[in-house]
Design a protein around this ligand. Sequence first.
Ligand SMILES: [Zn+2]
Ligand SMILES: [Zn+2]
Length: 576
Amino acid sequence: MRILSLLAFFALGCGPTREGGSPTSVAVFESDATVPLGHPLAGKPPASVIEEPLLMKGIVLSQGDDRYVVAAIDWCTMSSATYAHFRRALSDAAGTRPDRVTVHCTHTHSGPVAGTTQGDLVREVARRASRALREALPRARRVTHVGVGSAEVEEFASNRRVPGPEGRIVARYSSTKDPELQAAPIGLVDPRLRTVTLLDGGTPVVRLHYFASHPQSFYSDGRVHPDTSGWARSRLEKEERIPHVYFTGAAGNITAGKFNDGSPEARARMIDHLADAMRRSIAGSTVSPLGSVGWKVTPVTLEKRAGGDDPAPIDLIRLTLGAAEILHLPGEPFVEYQLHAAQVRPDRLVAVAGYGDGGPGYICLDTSEGGYEPTASRVGPPTELRLKSEISFLLQDRKLRVVVFGGHPDDPESAAGGLIARLTRDGHEVICAYGTCFRGDRTLGGEPEGVVRRREAAAACRILGASAKFFDYAHEKLSADPETAKVVSAWLAEVKPDIVITHWPMDTHENHHAVSSLVWQAYRHAGGWSLYYFEVMTGRQTLGFRPDLYFDLEGVREVKKAALDCHASQNPGKIW
Ligand SMILES: [Zn+2]
Ligand SMILES: [Zn+2]
């Protein structure tokens, strides 16, 4: 449902580009999420003492008829089923839709891993959170301004993947006493903590913090607590007497290992460093009017690892608050995804919350084989390509450029004519690309076939509001060889589309098959765009295609019909 949901987004105009906006309010809620004694924790042994309660803390943003819920819970991770359960429960309580709710674990290992087996705990915690949310709504405060700031956290984050002997990757876990691992360089991290503050006039109402590192200091001792992020959070709350919510960013490969020997002293230092960065991030914040709240959702299906189950689509969510873009990611993404997001919007403060839907486990890079994380991940290549493309798309505000790539004139029109008409009607740009327009020196009605078919396709494109790109290959010469792949890839690299839609690869027509392969090769080697497949003449040409995205022709049916009728030489009634 990806394209449809995006279209709905643009059509509804609830994007962040709108100026002004109706009055906005925020309700802050907090509820207990502590496990009972004896409950399994992320690390062994099970809970033996509650050192500090675990919390779910969240905000409910209301603007006009739109309402959104964003929450963080002091748990290690949660399964897809748990994530879905929280979304349903909190959306019911807030009177909104589940796709306007997101919940993220802070990733403390002194809390539970919430799988489906711990249904009782999940249901109870969801009930408590729903109650707290409902009770918070009447206390909602007006929000007029947003503060954004960031500060470097000293001596905290270090990369877990340390290059070892013979090119091996050695894991630098959250705490280590190994002098070699302590001495190894920090490696790639995002050292900045980011803070988004919601204000009523000049008065801060709630602060949201984002930082990419595993938060744990010493753990696996049966003690239950939210660890360093929780303690830093409550320290700031005591100082400021307003709620603070903490989100762990894309920290799949980031731990405090270099700076944490697992001692109580190291824990105290880590809390100090985190709290200190929060204070500096707040002090350096710049405040501007809130304007419209933006909430944009795009589902992404990550690729399963060999032997795994087919992953279900997962929502990526972008929340725009004034000068802040907050990106909500599933699983345990590597820090590279967070850095990528910041690069996509250097003009904005991009804060990232990871550890939403825990279905994927670690989200590694396509090239990051070896070491610990890939062995514990449920998704594999080309997940990086896909996720980065979707993040780029999600964070950008511009209109889309879509390439619909067919074997022949009439393929894009018959496969996706309605979608093309709808996209261009909504202001997006569509290019219909055609792999081949003629067979040898065949003629149609005395004219060269290529001339006739180009003319027909150009007329169809005019009706659809698209532009046409003709490749000059004859039917019998079009193949997915390296030379042609280079030409097609170079063209796509020049066009820089957001989305390319082409033939499903299993197709009995060799031109369709070749075009599909050419597009796939460009995606595989460079990408930077989202890839979708269409079908033509199902069962006779396209084989084994199971669509998971349907487009409703309502409103554009006649436009598609008129575009197909332009292909007079192809018996348009037959391909309609
Ligand atoms: Zn982890
Ligand atoms: Zn065709």
